[in-house]
Design a protein around this ligand. Sequence first.
Ligand SMILES: Nc1ncnc2c1ncn2[C@@H]1O[C@H](COP(=O)(O)OP(=O)(O)OP(=O)(O)O)[C@@H](O)[C@H]1O
Length: 249
Amino acid sequence: MTPALSIDKLRVVYDDFIALKDVSLTVSQGESFGLVGESGSGKSTLLRAVAGLAPVASGTIDVAGKRLGKTRDKAFYRQVQMVFQDPYGSLHPRQTVDRLLLEPLDIHGFADTEKRIQRALDEVGLGSGFRFRYSHQLSGGQRQRVAIARALILEPSVLLLDEPTSALDASVQAEVLNLLEQVRRDRKLTFVMVSHDLGVITHMCERLMVMQGGQEVERLDAVDLATRNVAQTYTRNLLVASEGFVRDA
Ligand SMILES: Nc1ncnc2c1ncn2[C@@H]1O[C@H](COP(=O)(O)OP(=O)(O)OP(=O)(O)O)[C@@H](O)[C@H]1O
């Protein structure tokens, strides 16, 4: 089967700083792949490069077997959507939920907007009561549900999730992660997910890449992470630094 995402020797350079150094990665359709590593290791840069938001210096990115060019076209955003960490920053405060969900549908010329908005709200567990609220009238968890609904409304096949729950309280975090897992199963989505929280990655992903200084350190199955079956000291240190793992030890 053609991979959902295939990245080969991807290099991202900001001015003269190399943020991503020839990273390669293949994610199968329906797989959930995690990216972990210390702050500044290049996790977000990798996602942003796929989304067309980082300056790619060299290397290639294929989505469902199709090579991406320098810019992303409309068809790309129907296939690949990104969910950011900060639901406060990513939703326009002066727009109603209805407007936020209508916008991508309008851009992509969908006719059955009414039905799609209703279905999207139901799918993320908000229901029609939230439809005409402004985003500043929502809690962080509700905002992130709207951001997920907005990402899903175009029926993409790949979601790029950049710390999607780290701005939320622990209980809300669990709810949003469960929602993501549910929609992944229901829609057979492919996830590439960044998280600082190794527990989240163990729970949500099948495989993962450990990153440092814009490079791959090692590649693991989630079960290896959970059982501390790791080869590199750097990864072991990440595990130790991850509070949950210390508690579970
Ligand atoms: N727009 C930019 N201009 C210059 N340097 C940048 C830019 N964006 C990111 N960087 C640098 O690239 C490196 C990788 O950043 P990136 O955001 O990918 O790290 P990260 O692993 O996602 O970190 P965190 O976990 O803190 O979000 C960092 O050193 C960062 O300072």
